[in-house]
Design a protein around this ligand. Structure first.
Ligand code: GLP
Length: 261
């Protein structure tokens, strides 16, 4: 994995947007994996700016979301499909139906999860997966204890994640759904390039465990150590527990111009 430590969220967003930009130039029909949460918002802003400026187009691209709450009404503003539409989909030029998400309201959730994994496979797999990181080390909604080989399925949120996400529900933990559907760790690991963004002190321990800890379902993101092409973009606070921080800075500073993320 490549760990890049930058000064600000804007720099991280710009670097991640460069990856998206390059991929779209090489493959206009690229398949993206989209994350919700606050970490990718600056990236989505930057991509919307570049689209407005005529620098890139998603007209032939497709996207699959990572996860969804179970049981939120279709028009709930925090339903992840609505969040992605609001924050990103509606601001660029994806074609109709090009952005898909797991169905948290399916009558048969198990069948819907299997169908979702099949849809990703049929689309040719995900070229670039955007990821955030939970403070308990989750990616998507793969909480501690998740099978490292898991597929899209129903999960129960930890108390920590419910507390973390309550800020999107007016600070009221009782309004946060406790069940979710999420791409599995095995599903995420099949994406060809993982671009994970983590910002702030609350992520420092999870970042340390993900990058430098043993691979364990206790810190689900640590599975990324097995991924052949993972870019971990951090601000200085999120990187503050890394033992190898100065080495990662040295590597990035000496990176040859031709070598992109
Ligand atoms: C949420 C999402 C994850 C996200 C993570 C971090 O619960 N399901 O996909 O990466 O938590 O969120 P944030 O970026 O807001 O810290």
């Amino acid at each position: 994995m490549e760990v890049v430590i930058l000064q600000s969220g804007e720099e991280i967003a710009s670097l991640a947007a460069d990856c998206v930009d390059r991929l779209l130039s090489a493959k206009p029909s690229a398949v993206f994996g989209l994350a919700t949460g606050s970490s990718p918002l600056a990236l989505y802003d930057e991509l919307a700016r570049r689209y407005q400026a005529g620098r890139l187009s998603f007209s032939q691209a497709r996207a699959f979301m990572l996860d969804e709450y179970v049981g939120l009404p279709d028009d709930h503003p925090e339903r992840y499909r609505n969040v992605i539409e609001r924050e990103f989909g509606s601001r660029v030029d994806f074609g109709p139906g090009a952005v898909q998400g797991p169905d948290g309201n399916a009558i048969d959730l198990v069948a819907a999860c299997e169908a979702y994994d099949n849809a990703i496979h049929t689309a040719g797999g995900i070229d670039l997966q955007v990821l955030g990181l939970g403070s308990d080390g989750h990616i998507a909604f793969n909480e501690p204890g998740s099978s490292l080989a898991s597929r899209t399925r129903v999960k129960t949120l930890t108390r920590q994640t419910v507390a973390d996400n309550a800020r999107f529900f007016g600070g009221d933990q009782s309004k946060v759904p406790h069940h979710v559907v999420t791409q599995g760790l095995g599903t995420i690991m099949e994406a060809r390039h993982l671009v994970l963004m983590a910002l702030g002190k609350t992520k420092a321990e999870a970042v340390h465990q993900m990058v430098e800890g043993g691979v364990s379902s206790m810190w689900p993101a640590s599975i990324i150590q097995f991924h052949p092409h993972a870019s971990i973009l951090l601000d200085t606070e999120a990187a503050s527990r890394l033992q190898l921080a100065s080495y990662f800075r040295q590597v990035y500073a000496g990176k040859p111009d031709w070598q992109t993320l």
